[in-house]
Design a protein around this ligand. Structure first.
Ligand code: CA
Length: 410
């Protein structure tokens, strides 16, 4: 019997128990979890002896990032999660005597959950890759020849990954108008990319590879990921080495890392991969996840319009294939590394994961509930991404990642 009040349809049901970093009014960061509309202070919970049976140093919950906690390994971190679930189900729990362990989300600031040493961005949604290829090249030959043989990716910028709630100034850079010479100025084609990212929970050694069957053991959990993009800067700079300043100015992440164990119930079969992939990319079991995703656009002083309904299950390449490919050359990974999926688009127009696709390269108009129209994003627009898995009354979600666009700095 759960003794704490958890609203129906909460992303943070007893089945979730994510991990994050929060600070209260004193500004001191520490580790917490979220249950319904409460944040549970795990530093104080540990000091009551709740995790003593696991022989964890209680000071680990004073960490300002989750990396030291994650480095304890899945047997320990999963046991912490399970113990919290048991405690919330236990009417005689000691925690009931300490109501101040539970803090309202309105009283805290959420921070980046991990120190991200490296960030990789994949390009693993077939519909997105098709749409971009059709728009910029040829609808009859939209996917490049390598796309179905390997999960295409690039190394992104970790320093500019920001938590939900931190606002973003419109980026500036070189833009080439039509046939004219390039000019310098604020991006006029600022865009979001609806993605999810997984976080490495177990390092690998340089020179070794992680197989698809080992990969799940190396993945701690997932977040929602908004990979901001300046399409006009990107268009001019990307040849021949790929994305650079049109991407590196910021990406936003949701604050709670939902563990792979919490998401296991949402596993579904992936698409049949044709042509058959090379042996090192073959996998057994299900590694796609049915996670429903939404993007909301809120103009300044107005109401939100949900402009995209997508789903993480639309991926062509899954997490274990991405990690196997990433390390097949002997590249090592570290705890806290973040690997984003690539924009997640479905087949229908309303399921596209970027303004680039929703406005079809600026040729179509996206209509908002308040009568406004968009092709790309305007100053003071707020983009919010939501995601959750739900099956037979069981719901596990991510909350939201929310960012407002501010005008370019002078
Ligand atoms: Ca991306």
């Amino acid at each position: 019997m759960v003794w704490i009040d958890i609203p129906d349809h909460s992303d943070f049901s007893i089945h979730n128990i994510p991990f994050g970093i929060f600070s209260g009014p004193d500004g001191r960061k520490r580790i917490g979890t979220r249950i319904g509309d409460h944040i549970l202070d795990l530093e104080k919970t540990a000091s009551l002896g709740l995790f003593d049976h696991l022989s964890i140093d209680p000071d680990i919950f004073k960490s300002t990032v989750l990396n030291p906690f994650i480095s304890l390994g899945k047997p320990i971190t999963n046991s912490v999660r399970t113990k919290i679930q048991e405690t919330i189900n236990d009417e005689s729990s000691i925690l009931k005597d300490y109501p101040r362990l539970f803090i309202s989300p309105g009283e805290v600031t959420m921070h980046l959950p991990v120190e991200i040493k490296d960030y990789t961005d994949f390009y693993s949604s077939e519909n997105h890759a098709y749409n971009v290829g059709a728009m910029f090249r040829d609808p009859d030959n939209a996917l490049l020849p390598n796309w179905k043989y390997l999960p295409v990716g690039y190394h992104g910028r970790a320093s500019s990954i920001i938590p939900s709630g931190i606002n973003l100034h419109r980026p500036k850079g070189q833009i080439k108008p039509g046939d004219g010479a390039p000019v310098y100025g604020p991006s006029r084609r600022l865009d979001f990319e609806l993605e999810m990212a997984f976080i490495i929970g177990k390092k690998s050694e340089l020179g070794t590879s992680i197989s698809t069957s080992e990969a799940e053991d190396h993945i701690f959990g997932m977040v929602l990921f908004n990979d901001w993009s300046a399409r006009d800067i990107q268009k001019w700079e990307y040849v021949p080495l790929g994305p650079f300043l049109g991407k590196s100015f910021a990406s936003s992440v949701s604050p709670w890392i939902v563990t792979m164990e919490a998401l296991a119930f949402a596993k579904v079969e992936g698409p049949k991969q044709d042509p058959e992939v090379l042996p090192y990319l073959q996998y057994s079991g299900n590694h796609h996840y049915d996670i429903s995703l939404q993007v909301g656009l809120t103009p300044r002083g107005s109401r939100e319009t949900i402009i995209s309904h997508s789903n993480y299950k639309y991926m062509y390449w899954n997490t274990v294939q991405q990690l196997a490919h990433h390390t097949v050359n002997g590249c090592n990974v570290n705890i806290g590394d973040m690997m984003a999926s690539g924009t997640i688009s479905g087949t229908e127009k309303g399921s596209y994961g970027s303004m680039l696709e929703l406005s079809w390269g600026g040729k179509k108009t996206v209509h908002l509930k308040d009568g406004q129209e968009r092709k790309f994003l305007e100053d003071y627009d707020t983009i919010t991404m939501y995601g959750h898995a739900e099956r037979e009354g069981k719901r596990v979600g991510f909350g939201a990642v929310r960012t407002q666009i501010l005008p370019a700095t002078e």
